[in-house]
Design a binder for this molecule. Structure first.
Ligand SMILES: NC(=O)c1ccc[n+]([C@@H]2O[C@H](COP(=O)([O-])OP(=O)(O)OC[C@H]3O[C@@H](n4cnc5c(N)ncnc54)[C@H](O)[C@@H]3O)[C@@H](O)[C@H]2O)c1
Ligand SMILES: O=C(O)[C@H](O)CO
Length: 324
């Protein structure tokens, strides 16, 4: 059967699809498919392997009647109208778990790099501004024993908390849709309401999915409650924070710094003022970008498609309700 793949993915995933007897068509241009191009390529496809942010909504599903399964090369599925897919009888697969460590590493990297102004100081060396050692210049913030706040205590949030506790003995507080026993027992994490999370965190790391409830959650009102010494880290989705409010909070000293793997829009414009700020580190959405992790994501996405095309339950399914 034909599988359409929206971006070049690791060979490990493609090998699995080919070994299962499927044919592959892969979009290799280094630009996003337009919605019309996606429809055109899916018009005779049995499965879609979507790597990227293409909108998968009711209109698309109506226009691609052959599709039997859609697998995302991602854990986040905010680009998918899941209810519409379920109505169309199409299981949606994603890649949870296999990218947890790599993404938590990225959050940890951004926290530490921001706390020491690493990206800004690197740029100063390139500009020839490393002139002499100054005991009172280039100072960052120590993380030892500080309070880590996690918004979204799922797989990646818990992993980030584990890393911060092991490395810095950080106290962990969290806000989630519901309390999490594992986080409380294993990590000694304390559940707090959203305002307390804002007020008490020295580092606030965002790990919740993008939904109507979380969109724009970190706005002027939220930043105003945070400590002037706080670091905001977002590796979830750029739309969870309001970018102009974040810039104003950094400029106004309401918070100290920010580490971002995700922005809105993506890619971030090179002239963005955040890229010039000493206490800000920005990465180009590389949360899961290790060779091993991307291979594992491609393999799981392929396994989802192979199962879906056999009419079997996907190993990682977003909409189990599709099975009735
Ligand atoms: N930067 C990257 O490359 C990258 C990589 C992987 C994942 N992500 C993002 O990270 C997100 C989390 O991934 P995960 O694997 O940890 O998912 P997960 O489902 O294991 O965890 C998400 C947690 O957020 C909580 N949550 C949901 N809505 C909430 C709300 N309104 N308020 C508070 N908490 C809420 C859930 O209860 C859950 O505990 C993904 O949805 C994705 O958007 C980004
Ligand atoms: O959700 C994810 O897995 C990453 O952000 C890649 O899109």
């Amino acid at each position: 059967m034909k599988v359409f793949i929206t971006r070049v993915i690791p060979q490990a995933g493609k090998d699995l699809l080919l070994a299962a007897g499927h044919t592959i068509e892969e979009w290799t241009e280094k630009r996003n498919l337009t919605p019309a191009e996606l429809v055109a390529h899916c018009s005779d496809a049995d499965a879609l392997l979507s790597a990227g942010s293409n909108k998968i909504d009711a209109a698309f599903l109506d226009a691609a009647p052959h599709l039997k399964v859609i697998a995302l090369h991602a854990v986040g599925y905010d680009n998918v109208d899941v209810a519409a897919a379920t109505r169309h009888g199409i299981p949606i697969g994603n890649t949870p778990g296999v990218l947890t460590n790599a993404t938590a590493d990225t959050a940890f990297l951004l926290m530490l790099a921001t706390s020491r102004k690493a990206f800004y100081l690197h740029k100063r060396i390139i500009r020839g501004e490393w002139n002499f050692f100054e005991p009172t210049a280039n100072l960052g913030i120590s993380l030892d024993g500080k309070t880590l706040g996690i918004f979204g205590m799922g797989s990646i949030g818990q992993n980030m908390a584990r890393r911060c506790k092991a490395a810095y003995g950080m106290q962990v507080i969290y806000h989630n849709r519901r309390r999490d026993d594992t986080a409380e027992k294993e990590l000694g994490a304390t559940y707090v309401d959203f305002n307390t999370l804002l007020q008490q965190s020295d580092v606030l790391s965002v790990h919740a999915p993008l939904t109507p409830e979380t969109q724009g959650k970190f706005n002027a009102a939220a930043f105003a409650q945070m400590k002037p010494s706080a670091i905001f880290v977002n590796t979830a989705r750029g739309s969870l924070h309001n970018e102009s409010d974040l810039i104003a909070a950094l400029e106004g000293g309401q918070i100290w710094g920010a580490g971002l793997d995700v922005t809105n829009p993506e890619p971030m414009h090179p002239d963005n003022v955040l890229l010039q700020m000493p206490n800000v580190c920005v990465l180009p959405h590389i949360g899961s970008a290790t060779q091993e992790t991307r291979d594992a994501m491609a393999v799981l996405a392929a396994q989802n498609i192979i199962a879906g095309l056999k009419g079997e339950r996907l190993p990682a399914v977003v909409n189990p309700e599709v099975y009735g």
